[in-house]
Design a protein around this ligand. Structure first.
Ligand code: NAD
Length: 549
């Protein structure tokens, strides 16, 4: 059986909210890296615990009444509770462990016992839209690097990175869109083929000289190019150093957070890693850790030689440090280095998915943005580029980095378009967990915060409770990060614009409150830009300083 998201106007559930969530679940699997094993992306990020759990969720969603809530615990449906029509229709908690037991060893033990599943950020709560979900973030990073270090342009510049999986597969397209020559090392040829088939990658090479020939030819003409090199990142990075080749920008987006399922050690074939995963997992994990350490040492050497090096959110520095690379954190994290200026203003990765399956629906919303947000340079540049270069995967969807008030403005306008029959079916709105008020991850999102509150996990928990109180349709609390435990806490939210006044109220409350919390979180950490936004946009912040006697 192959799962594909239902398109069109026919409902299988008792209302559009339930049908929408069901289509999003199916869409996650339609876009999955390994549908047979329910793995959506990120090595082990699953849409459901197992197939009976998946069928149980589908059955529940089809039969759910408007005033009921489905409860899902780490990918397994637990029950249906009687709530009320303004309550979320799905509540999920994925991969959370009690603090003291929140470590890789305990997590894998519980996973092997079938008691938990990793939800990733958007896998476990059915918000995945394929590689596009991170394309804009990566594109904005490249643009910011161009402005900061390369006089505003990456034309003729060489980006080296690795990983062509579900999320990493966004890198070649983002690099291409930013006018660079980008080389992505990938150990699994089938994954490179998948990116070529989906339009995210242009060329595939089987040797470093072959890849460099393509890259250098494009650089000489200042033309953009994306090349996937079949090989192991640890080996290729070393080979480039040995040949005294220093890329302009270096990163990595392999699934380095996972030493067993995510990162293939140098010298290993895929089959060898697969076999050792059961025969000698400790040996495999140690070899992966050592390879990661080698790769990160190479990244540090590239940095010394002048490359702009950054960690792209896969916990690679943390793993390297555990395997002896004491200076791994000399490499900055992308959030702090490039995107924090946006997050402090609660500008982050908002998404919308056309439940009709019609590309024309996304096109109409693109057109609306280009007219109504004409003075927002970031979104106009992105929408134009996305329109030209980003192919749809599964249900047509769009990501757009928008801030407080902007998200609600768009969502309400779309709800109105649905009501007036201008769109062929309702549209689901969601955002990445990696967003201003929704994630505590001291090695990614909240690294080096001004007030040192990096590890405080209250914020995403407050976010999830607020979303549930703001009539959102789906709310999730996730944990995980590295070895799937102990590194982060995050919250997810989805609201369906079905054209009704009730949906308008849900969209207004949920998305205003979501970004309000983002602004309040950074204002609390002392960021001036957030304090200004809070004041200018009328967010009601309580400043306890004023009560000092
Ligand atoms: P994935 O499991 O789908 O893909 C990982 C890829 O890395 C696979 O194709 C694998 O074959 C390849 N790989 C493994 N070891 C390799 C090696 N030694 N050399 C070359 N290639 C190797 O994972 P994904 O969904 O692409 O996610 C990758 C990482 O990015 C994860 O750690 C994820 O948590 C992180 N992530 C970051 C962001 C962000 O905002 N920056 C967003 C989502 C995910």
């Amino acid at each position: 059986m192959t799962i594909k998201a239902q398109r069109g106007q026919t409902l299988r559930a008792k209302g559009w909210r339930q049908e929408a969530i069901l289509r999003l679940l199916e869409n996650n699997l339609e876009n999955a890296e390994d549908q047979a094993n329910l793995v959506v992306y990120g090595a082990l990020g699953k849409a459901a615990r197992d197939w009976p759990a998946y069928q149980g969720i589908v059955h529940a969603l089809k039969n759910l009444e408007e005033d009921e809530t489905l409860i899902v615990q780490s990918g397994k449906p637990i029950g249906v509770l009687k709530t009320h029509p303004d309550a979320p229709i799905v509540l999920l908690a994925n991969s959370n462990l009690v603090g003291h037991w929140s470590n890789a060893a305990d997590w894998y033990k519980l996973y092997d016992q079938g008691l938990t599943a990793w939800g990733g950020l958007t896998a476990g709560d059915w918000q995945y839209i394929g590689s596009q979900g991170v394309v804009q973030g990566t594109y904005e990073i490249f643009k910011i690097i161009a402005q900061k270090h390369f006089q505003g342009s990456l034309a003729g510049r060489f980006i080296l990175t690795a990983g062509l999986g579900g999320m990493g597969g966004s890198q070649p397209l983002a690099g291409y869109m930013a006018d660079a020559a980008i080389l992505v090392v990938e150990v699994n040829e089938a994954h490179a083929d998948k990116r070529i088939a989906s339009g995210y990658l242009q060329y595939k090479a089987h040797s470093l000289p072959e890849a460099l020939k393509l890259i250098n030819a494009a650089r000489a003409k200042k033309e953009a190019i994306s090349v996937g090199l079949i090989g192991n990142a640890a080996e290729i990075y070393q080979a480039l150093l040995d040949q005294n080749i220093t890329p302009d920008i270096v990163s990595d987006q392999t699934a380095a957070q996972d030493l067993l399922y995510g990162y293939i050690p140098e010298g290993y074939s895929l089959a060898q890693a697969e076999a050792e995963r059961t025969s000698d997992p400790e040996k495999l994990a140690a070899a992966a850790g050592q390879s990661i350490a080698h790769e990160v040492r190479s990244e540090l050497e590239f940095q010394r030689r002048g490359s702009i090096v950054f960690d792209n959110g896969n916990n690679i520095r943390t793993q390297a440090k555990e395997f002896g690379v004491t200076d791994a954190f000399d490499i900055p994290i992308f959030t702090e280095a490039f995107l924090r200026d946006l997050f402090v203003k609660a500008i982050g990765p908002f998404r919308w998915i056309a439940l009709s399956g019609a590309e024309a629906d996304i096109q109409l919303i693109d057109d609306y943005l280009l007219t109504e947000f004409a003075d927002n340079e970031l979104i106009v540049d992105w929408i134009k580029k996305a329109n030209q270069y980003v192919p749809f995967q599964g249900l047509p969807a769009r990501i757009g980095w928008l801030g407080h008030g902007e998200r609600t403005k768009l969502a309400l306008a779309v709800n109105d378009l649905v009501a007036r029959g201008k769109l062929q079916a309702p549209v689901a709105f969601t955002r990445d967990h990696l967003d201003a008020g929704a994630m505590a991850h001291p090695n990614i999102m909240t690294e080096n915060l001004k007030d040192g509150s990096d590890a405080i996990a209250d914020w995403p928990l407050i976010n999830a409770m607020t979303m549930a109180s703001s009539k959102a349709d789906l709310v999730a609390i996730h944990s995980g990060g590295g070895g799937y435990a102990g590194y982060m806490q995050s919250a997810g939210v989805t609201v369906v614009a079905d054209g009704t006044p009730a949906a308008a109220e849900r969209l207004r409350l949920a998305f205003n409150n979501d970004t309000s919390l983002g602004l309040l979180r950074y204002a609390d950490a002392g960021y001036e830009a957030s304090l200004t936004e809070v004041k200018e946009r009328g967010v009601r912040r309580i400043d306890t300083q004023q009560f000092k006697q």
